[in-house]
Structures are given as structure tokens and as C-alpha cells.
Design a protein around this ligand. Structure first.
Ligand SMILES: Nc1ncnc2c1ncn2[C@@H]1O[C@H](COP(=O)(O)OP(=O)(O)OP(=O)(O)O)[C@@H](O)[C@H]1O
Ligand SMILES: [Mg+2]
Length: 331
């Protein structure tokens, strides 16, 4: 299951991602955590110290390896250089499976042992963003590494990828925002918080994106009413101020089992909602959307950049379906 946490800067994306990752890991659910945000804070939120966080390999710096592995023997993709962030898989491409070891995870993912016996997650990070990364159509886009992985991922129902990311223009231009089974939009009860929700909803509407609002730093009935008024039934649940989170911020590591009961209950709601999204999965739609955004990116910059007609990379008969991939994928 592919899950995104998006929202305004400072709303609590990283905090709620890290809590959800802990919740899943504590429930023995395989989970890959991905930091794709401009502000790379997921590693410390998962309890890594500065040195450990700094030692994490950056996906953005390993794009050639990622592309080379994923293209496999796909005859439509002549070289890793001709692969852009939206290049879809086809016959011969290699798909990623969450539970396996593969060269992409070997190079980019690291195990994180969560505090207080909360289990283990794998963590991948895009690496810090620079000024040049903030463009809309960047060939070397750091989130492009994440998008490629998501588009080549054959994930089943009881395994999770949790992506901490911005609600920025990069994800709308590339189609990244359509790559998730469920998007949790974290909103504080403020005008700016709900403005980001409205903008996201606008983009999401045309693409059937499953979007739910998760309130954060909600302090009372008035805060809740404000979010309910703005988001209606899209509002799933709300987190209040958490002393547990604050203690983490102070560098203490309270056991996950001491997290406030209200927060634990909210995390169960997120899990149930994410799980139920499986029923909405439609491999044909999912593949059609990746092709749509690939053709769009090819026309707007990719063809010019690579000097090739990148629409020819599309394998018209291919459908990314995790059930078929389980049988078809060569060892
Ligand atoms: N429910 C909460 N209770 C207490 N503190 C919280 C809560 N949610 C978030 N915070 C605190 O608010 C600050 C911002 O949260 P966080 O870093 O998760 O936001 P973000 O959306 O990821 O921000 P950025 O856009 O900078 O990545 C952090 O100091 C975090 O500890
Ligand atoms: Mg963050």
C-alpha cells in the first residue's frame, strides 16, 4: 500500500508519518519509510541521531543505478540515460517488491530499529534539496527517484510504503500525487492549513486521488469544528498536541506503547482507512495515469532533453498489477 503524507510546511507531515510508520512496524507490518520532503526530517523523527541521518545514502545521488536496475531488459528503454522520472515499466522491466532484497534497496534503504521494541522499518531518503531541485521539470529531480520506484513497485495489501512529502508543484507536474492508494493531508486548524487542502483537492479531483484530511495540533471543539467546516467528510481524524511527540523532540525516546491513547486510536483509524483503500485499487487506471503523465512530461521537456521520442517507451500492453507480477517476475 502506497501512502503519502502531504500538507503545509510545519503542519506535522513528518511527525504523523513517523507515528504511522511506528504503528505499522509495531503491528509487524512490513514498512518502507521514504523521506521525499524538501526538509529532510524523517530520519531524526524515527530516532536516528545526526551522524546516523547524515550517513544515509541519498536516492537522488543513485538515480543511474536505480534506472539501470528498473529498466532491466525492457527493449523500449534503450539506456538509463533515456529514462526520465515518469518512464513507465513495460515487458522486461524489473519491478520492486517490498519484502525482497534488490540492488535498489541495497543501495538506498537502511534498516531502522524503532525505539522501545516498536519493530523495524526500512528507510530511504531523497537527500537534501538544493535550489535547482525546486524546478518543475528537472531531469535530475530527487523526488523523481521516488516516483520511479513507486511506478515499479508491486506492493500487496499488507505491506506499506509511507512517503513524507511536500504538497508542492513538483509532485503535481510529474504525476507523483497520483501514485498513492491513500493520501493523508495533514492540516492544522488555520486558514493556511485548509488552503493547501483546497488546492490539493483541486488537483486530485480529476485523477480520482483518494484524499483524506488528518487534523493536527487540534486543541478543542472549535478547532475541530473549523476543520470539519472546511473539509467536510474528507476530515478523517484529528491529532491533538502530543506530549509524547514533544518528549521525542527533546531527544528522549519514550516507548511507543506510552503514546497517548487518543493518538493511538487515531493511528488505528489511519491504518484502517489505508487498508480499506485496497478495494479501490485499479491497476489499469494506475498504469493509464503513469502513461498520461509520462507523455505529458516527454512533450513538455523530456524529448527535448534526451533527443528521443520518449512516448515510444510506453508498452501499450503492460499493466502494473501486483498479482500478475508475483507470477511473472523473473528471479
Ligand atoms: N501532534 C503534535 N504534538 C506536538 N508537537 C507536534 C505535533 N505535530 C507536530 N508537532 C511539532 O511541530 C513541529 C513541526 O512538525 P513536523 O516537522 O512534523 O511538520 P512538517 O509538516 O513535517 O514540517 P516541514 O514542512 O518543515 O517538513 C515539530 O517540532 C513537531 O515536533
Ligand atoms: Mg517534514
Amino acid at each position: 500500500m502506497k501512502i503519502a503524507f502531504v500538507g503545509k510546511g510545519g503542519s506535522g507531515k513528518t511527525t504523523l508519518s513517523s507515528l504511522f510508520i511506528r504503528h505499522l512496524a509495531a503491528a509487524q507490518v512490513p514498512v518502507l519509510a521514504v523521506d521525499a520532503d524538501i526538509n529532510q526530517h524523517l530520519a531524526p523523527a524515527l530516532g536516528l541521531d545526526d551522524a546516523e541521518a547524515a550517513a544515509l545514502p541519498a536516492m537522488g545521488a543513485r538515480l543511474p543505478l536505480i534506472k539501470e536496475y528498473l529498466r532491466g531488459t525492457n527493449p523500449r528503454i534503450a539506456s538509463a540515460e533515456s529514462m526520465i522520472k515518469t518512464t513507465p515499466p513495460g515487458e522486461g522491466s524489473r519491478l520492486l517488491r517490498l519484502a525482497e532484497d534488490n540492488p535498489v534497496f541495497d543501495a538506498c534503504a537502511r534498516p531502522v530499529h524503532l525505539d522501545g521494541n516498536a519493530g523495524t522499518a526500512r528507510l530511504m531518503v531523497t537527500g537534501p534539496f538544493t535550489e535547482a531541485d525546486l524546478g518543475v521539470a528537472c531531469y535530475h529531480s530527487k523526488t523523481g527517484a521516488v516516483e520511479l520506484c513507486l511506478n515499479h513497485l508491486a506492493d500487496g495489501r499488507d505491506e506499506y510504503v509511507v512517503v513524507d512529502m511536500t504538497a508542492g508543484s513538483d509532485s503535481f507536474a510529474s504525476g507523483m500525487f497520483t501514485r498513492f492508494d491513500m493520501t493523508f493531508l495533514v492540516a492544522e486548524p488555520t486558514r493556511k492549513g485548509v488552503a493547501v487542502y483546497r488546492q490539493y483537492k483541486e488537483y486530485a479531483r480529476d485523477y480520482d486521488v483518494a484524499l483524506r484530511v488528518v487534523g493536527n495540533k487540534v486543541q478543542g471543539p472549535d478547532d475541530l469544528a473549523f476543520l470539519r467546516e472546511a473539509a467536510g467528510d474528507d476530515l478523517l481524524v484529528a491529532f491533538g498536541h502530543s506530549d509524547w511527540v514533544r518528549a521525542m523532540e527533546k531527544g528522549r525516546s519514550p516507548g511507543f506503547d506510552t503514546l497517548e491513547a487518543t493518538a493511538r486510536s487515531a493511528l488505528r483509524d489511519l491504518h484502517e482507512t489505508a487498508d480499506a483503500a485496497y478495494e479501490r485499487r485499479d491497476p489499469v487506471r494506475y498504469t493509464r495515469q503513469m502513461v498520461h503523465f509520462h507523455v505529458k512530461n516527454a512533450e513538455s521537456w523530456g524529448n527535448a532533453r534526451t533527443g528521443a521520442d520518449l512516448a515510444a517507451q510506453v508498452d501499450p500492453a503492460f499493466v502494473l498489477d501486483e498479482r500478475r507480477a508475483a507470477i511473472r517476475q523473473p528471479a
